[in-house]
Design a protein around this ligand. Structure first.
Ligand SMILES: [Zn+2]
Length: 280
């Protein structure tokens, strides 16, 4: 058993089953019970609020109880007080199991392939596909963070040939895979378009984040909007079937308390250099 992924709020554990992984909340480093109650709330939130929006795209997942003694050696390094006998864990389908080689790796895209390129897997974060400012939120954020990313998923949505620039750093993608991706991007039902439309709808339905003055101003739609701006998409291509399979993960409920962080980032961006897009 080992940790194979770590974010600010979660760890992903390989527990020995090649088909499934355990995703465990560590958002509250002091108490296991806080993480457990959030996980229960979170899975209900995903089922009731996110799944209906992303029809059929959410990666298969289930809530399970795991005896604390099974994960104690791992969890004790992340959570100080393991105050409950079970850990609420989200068991999630392992999307990596056929793709071992990392071929492209930057902040918004990790690509993997199997031996002989039978399978290619993209792991990407589209972030803010829709924005109502006169600058691109993703490109501006990248420049303010000093990240040199030339492509932009908003541009990819509008102009599928931007795929060339997205894949420019890695020369080994099979032509058949690139053709399948281009085809997919021309389809109006692609995951970028679905996320763009949802982000647009929720942005228009709520007061702008910059106008939030207190936690009482934070509406459920704000939380959903922030969830939709933070998802991870897996796009898997299989050479034999020449087909693409899309799974979306990281669809978690954002705590309302995060609103101060959203404002802080907004203020940082308004006072930094505004970029329409990094590349034309
Ligand atoms: Zn951009």
């Amino acid at each position: 058993m080992r940790v194979i992924g770590r974010g600010g709020a979660n760890i992903v554990i390989d527990y020995g089953d090649p088909m499934w992984l355990w995703r465990c909340c560590i958002r509250w480093p002091d108490l296991l019970s806080s993480n457990n109650s959030y996980t229960v709330k979170n899975i209900h939130y995903i089922r009731e609020n996110v799944e209906p929006l992303l029809h059929g795209l959410i990666c298969p997942m289930n809530l399970i109880d795991v005896d604390i003694d099974v994960v104690r050696p791992i969890l004790s390094t992340f959570i100080l007080n393991l105050d409950e006998k079970v850990v609420k864990i989200i068991k999630i389908k392992n999307l990596f199991n056929r793709t071992a080689n990392l071929i492209q790796n930057d902040h918004f895209l990790k690509s993997y392939c199997s031996q002989n390129f039978q399978t290619v897997l993209l792991e990407l974060k589209p972030k803010w596909l829709y924005y109502d400012t006169d600058y691109c939120r993703n490109c501006t954020h990248n420049v303010s963070k000093g990240r040199e990313v030339r492509y932009c998923y908003n541009q990819l949505l509008i102009n599928p040939s931007h795929l060339e620039l997205t894949f420019a750093e890695c020369k080994v993608y099979p032509d058949k895979f690139k053709a399948a991706m281009l085809n997919y991007l021309h389809d109006d039902n692609n995951v970028f378009k679905i996320l763009y439309d949802l982000q647009k709808k929720f942005t228009e339905n709520v007061i702008s984040i910059k106008n939030i003055k207190s936690i009482d101003d934070v509406k459920d739609e704000h939380l959903l909007l922030m969830t939709l701006r933070d998802v991870t998409c897996f796009i898997e291509w299989n050479s034999t079937k020449d087909a693409l399979y899309v799974n979306v993960i990281d669809v978690d409920l954002k705590p309302k308390e995060k609103w101060t962080h959203w404002i802080k980032t907004y203020n940082q961006l308004t006072s930094s250099e505004k970029i329409y897009h990094t590349s034309k």
